[in-house]
Design a protein around this ligand. Structure first.
Ligand SMILES: [Fe+2]
Ligand SMILES: [Fe+2]
Length: 357
């Protein structure tokens, strides 16, 4: 499925800069609008959250133990070349997402004077920089460390209005939590399938992501116009885009999940289920992930993506025409999924939730 295997730092850097529908992006936004955010409607919950960041309960977590290297040497050296490749690909895309958060939060922090937003962004950039740095250490074990300074300077940036940043980033933080905790719980049940020690770090790690998501939940709940009217159409769009991207990407890396004893479809729907339950704190709608038409639509998107990759590999005029055809089919399938009925619910009075999974 993947074109060129990743073998060097340069390959990893190139992969991290890749621009495709499925690869993580870097963002920039309207800093003046960020500066005007008013958190006073949720002052008590907001201040309690900032105090948690200040307490920094994960300050000592992102350090490797002496056993880490031993485990990599003993267990990871046993894995097949294909799994090794998928795992490296997973590390590169995870690092890119973590670093994307780090850059965005840091840029906002530098460009606002609003003390609430400035403190929050500084704390979140701190966390994401630890996360990205920790993943990079594992890439360096394979001689494939990414030059993050170069990535920051040369990867393309996408401009997003603040409200799109809130919808997209909130979702990526919460789905990130759901993904990491689902993997952690699975490997807790079946430790013989933990083929790399990095997964042992996921439990405390994902609590950071959960808290980042809580921050955006409070920001959106304090600006309630973001959560009603025409904005519900945007929320629907982001929910579907994030779920569909994850579904396609996970199914094109099947070995990684199989090695953990996870079926990619079961894994993805477990993650969607957790994410749906969490997002009820902020979104008055959720996707009906159990509807047969929803499930069939995601499978169709996956088949289309697979066919597009084959057409791309084929190249030439025929390959390009085929690709264009599949792109249209993909857009039509996405539109049909978008128009499926959604579930509606009232928002809870208390916004914050505990990471209880
Ligand atoms: Fe992170
Ligand atoms: Fe995060």
């Amino acid at each position: 499925m993947h074109a060129a295997p990743l073998a060097t730092s340069e390959d990893a850097g190139r992969k991290a800069k890749e621009e495709s529908l499925l690869s993580p992006r870097f963002y920039t936004t309207d800093f003046a609008a960020m500066d005007r955010l008013d958190m006073s409607p949720l002052r008590a919950e907001w201040d309690a959250m900032l105090a948690e960041y200040e307490g920094d309960n994960n300050h000592d977590h992102f350090q490797r133990t002496p056993e880490f290297a031993t485990e990599v040497a003993q267990r990871f050296s046993q894995v097949s070349p294909e799994l090794r490749q998928e795992f490296i690909d997973f590390l590169v895309s995870s690092l890119t997402s973590e670093f994307s958060g780090c850059i965005l939060y840091n840029e906002i922090q530098k460009n606002v004077s609003n003390p609430d937003i400035k403190s929050l962004m500084r704390y979140m950039a701190r966390d994401e920089s630890r996360h990205a740095g920790f993943i990079n250490q594992s890439l360096r074990d394979f001689g494939m460390g990414i030059d993050m300074g170069d990535l920051k300077r040369t990867k393309a940036y996408t401009y997003f209005k603040p409200k799109y940043i809130f919808y997209a980033t909130y979702l990526s933080e919460k789905i990130g939590y759901a993904r990491y905790i689902t993997i952690f719980r699975q490997l807790e049940r079946q430790p013989d399938k933990r083929f790399h020690p990095i997964f042992l770090w996921f439990e405390r790690w994902c609590n950071d992501e959960f808290r980042h998501g809580e921050s955006f939940a409070l920001i959106m709940r304090a600006q309630p116009h973001l959560l009603r009217g025409g904005n519900l159409l945007w929320i629907r769009f982001f929910l579907l885009a994030v779920y569909a991207t994850m579904y396609v990407r996970d199914h094109t890396r099947p070995m990684l999940k199989a090695a953990m004893g996870l079926d990619p479809t079961v894994y993805d729907y477990t993650v969607f289920e957790i994410t749906n339950r969490i997002t009820e704190q902020v979104f008055p709608i959720s996707l009906d992930i159990d509807a047969p038409a929803f499930r069939a639509g995601l499978d169709r998107l996956l088949r289309i993506q697979t066919a597009m990759d084959a057409a791309k590999a084929r190249g030439g005029l025929v390959g390009n025409l085929q690709r264009a055809g599949w792109a249209l089919a993909g857009a039509a399938t996405f539109a049909r999924l978008y128009l499926l009925p959604v579930k509606r619910h009232a928002l809870p009075a208390q916004v914050r939730m505990a990471p209880a999974w």
